[in-house]
Structure formats: structure tokens, C-alpha cells
Design a protein around this ligand. Structure first.
Ligand code: ASP
Ligand code: MG
Length: 438
């Protein structure tokens, strides 16, 4: 059994929904995970924001626009018939529910309920469409089995047990459909796995049912070896190690949500990235045994701030680094790159929310300098230290670009360099020429 996840753009229009329906039938009894149609979750966020601000007419306007979009989708999907009528009745219920919230009774619990509606509408439309086409499918409600604990972590044992019993409900169903992203928390309230979390749902499900494979269907033919928005002639990477995929996802390859890889990796379930617009393309297979001894891809992460703390005394004296890191920990700010010398340490963050108080505290340890608008360029591949020459290839490709920091050896899979934002595109292109087109 496989888990097939289709993202927002894959179900973004009636035509796309029809296309996905064609892709999911006839491939065996798999579990299909759907995101909200593209733009929907953003609209739901907007509605919640209006309600928080007490702006009822703003909320109503966004609800109205969203409802019109879904009504149009229903007619293009079904035509005018009983399937369309059923869909419209159900959707009307959802939009009336959205309209029922008032600023007085509005809080985080209600916000999560609003955010969950997009995925619910996707599974509604897909299941009705499949039925109209004469297929038997069962919708397994994510809210009945995906549960997170107080730390937002999935409760795997609970999910496994619940899902397995729900899956037995309709043995005749050709496909099982469920919602990505949405779940319940320990209090039983509606919650979610954070934006982009449908990939995570797919990976969690695959882990608990020990699926043969997770397929993440998007509208690009796999993970590319560089960013196609900035570099011409990029090509899909056919195979990646889980660690390489995680580095790439984290460092900006938008195709896969970074947390997604983890449950699949822990349970050793291959993840395949496929393209709904070109279903026969090979895509990218993420597993434990890809080719070794090669550099696979380059990615960039924007909006990075570098902070240097230069100490008058011996930096690496006992306890110094610990104090520096404790400061970041205190302000719940994650550190990405680190470089140390005998007299100073530089590190990067991608969240400036607490930059001011962090700097104030760090000043107790030495002179602090901050460089903003930096970009991490991350080179990913089999960079185990016995492989000779990769570091020099990367650095010589960047020989005429000022480099603020270099980090290598933290994992076997990555070399990261920090450059100014104006040098990003040049750096990505130079690396492509040197590493992939040479
Ligand atoms: N619909 C949610 C979002 O837009 C989850 C997802 O698409 O993965 O963030
Ligand atoms: Mg997504």
C-alpha cells in the first residue's frame, strides 16, 4: 500500500481535480492525502485575521469570494446534476459555519477550526467526483485519527491504532481519501500540523501503516539540482539520501516540507516526488541507498542574519560558547550556521524577532557585529570527509564572490557558505556551472 499526497496546486482547479482523480484510480488501494485548493488556506487565515481585529465586513467579503470560487469549481467539476447539488449543500453548510463566527467568541480554538475547512472541502469534492465517475472510495476523516501531543508531536501509537480500524470500514473501497494538515490536539480540539503540513500527514500515515512508499505529487518533476527560478538548465535529481533531502528542504527547495522526511526516514519508507502534469516523469526518489561520491544539488535560504561575537579573552575558554548558545535558547531562536575561531564566533539566524534583546545580552561577552540580508548557499551531496576535492570545487566556483562564513563537517551531506543577498544569483549560477555542467 502506498500513500499519495497531492498539494494545493495539484487540486487547485476543477481540471486539476479531474486530473488527480485519473491518477489515483487503478493504482491499487492506496491512501490519498489532499491539501486545500491553492489559495484557500491563505483566505482562511485572512478570515481569522479579520475576526481577530473585529472586522466582520472584511471577513464576510473574503468568505463570499471564497464561496464563489468553490461554487464555480463545483459547476466545472460536475456540471448541473445531483452530485453538484450535494456538493453545494455541503459547501453551503461550511460557508454558513464560517459566517457564524463573531469577534466576541473568537479565539485560537475557533481560528484552528476555520483553518481546517480547506482540506475538508478538498476531500469532499474529490470523493464526490470519484463517485460520479463510478468509483468506490472512502473518506477517512483526519480529525478522527491524527492527534498531536502538547508539543505538537504526532501521537504515533494512537494514530496507528485508530487509522487501522478506520481503514477496515470499507473493504470494497478502491481508494481511501484523507485530509492533510489537520488534526486534533490533546484536548480534542481541532488543530493543525502548521502551514505546509500535508506532506507531514502523508509521511506520518506511511510510517504507521508501514507503506511501501510515500508519493508527494506537485507540479514540478522532482527536486532540481538548483533553483529553477534563478538558474537556467537545472535538472531533476533522480535519487537523494534522506539526509540530503532534509538539508535541501530546509535550505529552500520549496517542493518538500522539511518535517515531512522524518517519519518516513525513521521507518525507512522511500519518498518519491512526482509531477501531476507529467505523471510518467521519473521524479526524485528519496531513500537510504542513493549513489555515493557525488554532489547532488544546490539550494539557497534567504533573509539570514549573521551575528559575530568577538571576545577580548580566549574565546574557547570553558563555558563561553555555552553562554552564547544559552542566549539564543532563552529567546527560542534557532541557530543555522556556526563558525568559530580562537577569538570569535559567528552564527546565523533566520528569525529576527528577538534580535534586539539577543544582541544586548551578547554584548556582555564581547563586541557584537550584525550583518543582515545574507543568504545561505547550501551544497548537498555525499560529502563524507574522505571524499577529496568537493570543498575546493565549491570554493573555487565562488572565487570572485565575497564569502562571510563557511561551514562544513556538521553533517556528511552539506557545505554551506554565507554570502550577501546581491551575490545569491551569481553564486547559484557559478556553482551550477562548476558542479553540474562541467
Ligand atoms: N493547506 C495547508 C497550507 O496551505 C497545508 C498544506 O498545503 O500542506 O499550508
Ligand atoms: Mg505544500
Amino acid at each position: 500500500m502506498k500513500v499519495l499526497k497531492f498539494g494545493g496546486t495539484s487540486v487547485g482547479t476543477a481540471e486539476r481535480i479531474k486530473n488527480v482523480a485519473r491518477l489515483i484510480v487503478g493504482r491499487g488501494r492506496n491512501i490519498v492525502v489532499l491539501s486545500a485548493m491553492s489559495g484557500t488556506t491563505n483566505s482562511l487565515v485572512e478570515i481569522a485575521d479579520y475576526l481577530y481585529r473585529g472586522n466582520i465586513s472584511g471577513a464576510k467579503e473574503t468568505i463570499f469570494a471564497l464561496e464563489s470560487k468553490y461554487t464555480d469549481t463545483v459547476y466545472s467539476l460536475f456540471g448541473k446534476n445531483t452530485f453538484a447539488d450535494t456538493a453545494l449543500v455541503e459547501l453551503r453548510g461550511i460557508f454558513n459555519y464560517l459566517r457564524s463566527f463573531t469577534p466576541e467568541s473568537f479565539g485560537p480554538v475557533q481560528e484552528k477550526e476555520i483553518l481546517s475547512q480547506g482540506e475538508l472541502m478538498s476531500t469532499l469534492l474529490m470523493s464526490l467526483y470519484l463517485r460520479q465517475q463510478g468509483h468506490i472510495c472512502d473518506v477517512i476523516p483526519a480529525l478522527d485519527y491524527v492527534r498531536i501531543d502538547n508539543n505538537g508531536e504526532p501521537q504515533m501509537a494512537y494514530i496507528a491504532q485508530k487509522l487501522k480500524s478506520l481503514m477496515q470500514r470499507h473493504p470494497e473501497a478502491e481508494v481511501l481519501i484523507t485530509q492533510g494538515y489537520i488534526c486534533r490536539n490533546e484536548n480534542g480540539e481541532v488543530d493543525n500540523l502548521r502551514r505546509g503540513g500535508s506532506d507531514y500527514t502523508a509521511s506520518i500515515i506511511a510510517a504507521v501503516i508501514q507503506a511501501d512508499e510515500v508519493q508527494i505529487w506537485t507540479d514540478i518533476d522532482g527536486m532540481h539540482n538548483n533553483d529553477p527560478r534563478y538558474v537556467e538548465g537545472t535538472s531533476p535529481v533522480h535519487e537523494l539520501h534522506f539526509e540530503e533531502a532534509a538539508e535541501l528542504a530546509y535550505f529552500g527547495a520549496k517542493i518538500l516540507h522539511p518535517t515531512c522526511v522524518l517519519p518516513a526516514k525513521l521507518h525507512n519508507i522511500p519518498v518519491r516526488l512526482l509531477n501531476t502534469l507529467q505523471p510518467d516523469a521519473e521524479g526524485t526518489l528519496i531513500h537510504t541507498t542513493p549513489a555515493t561520491g557525488t554532489i547532488k544539488a544546490v539550494a539557497a535560504k534567504d533573509n539570514i542574519t549573521a551575528i559575530k561575537i568577538k571576545s577580548g579573552r580566549m574565546l574557547l575558554a570553558h563555558g563561553f560558547l555555552n553562554k552564547v548558545f544559552e542566549t539564543f535558547d532563552k529567546y527560542r531562536t534557532a541557530v543555522d550556521m556556526v563558525a568559530t575561531s580562537e577569538v570569535g564566533v559567528s552564527l546565523t539566524i533566520d528569525n529576527e524577532q528577538y534580535l534586539r534583546p539577543i544582541i544586548d545580552e551578547l554584548k556582555e561577552f564581547g563586541t557584537v557585529t550584525v550583518d543582515r540580508d545574507m543568504v545561505i548557499i547550501c551544497v548537498v551531496g555525499d560529502l563524507e570527509w574522505h571524499n577529496c576535492g568537493f570543498e575546493s570545487k565549491v570554493l573555487s566556483a565562488l572565487s570572485d564572490i565575497p564569502i562571510r562564513m563557511i561551514s562544513y563537517g556538521g553533517s556528511n551531506y552539506n557545505i554551506s557558505v554565507l554570502v550577501g543577498k546581491d551575490d545569491k544569483i551569481k553564486a547559484l549560477n557559478k556553482l551550477s556551472s562548476a558542479l553540474f555542467n562541467g
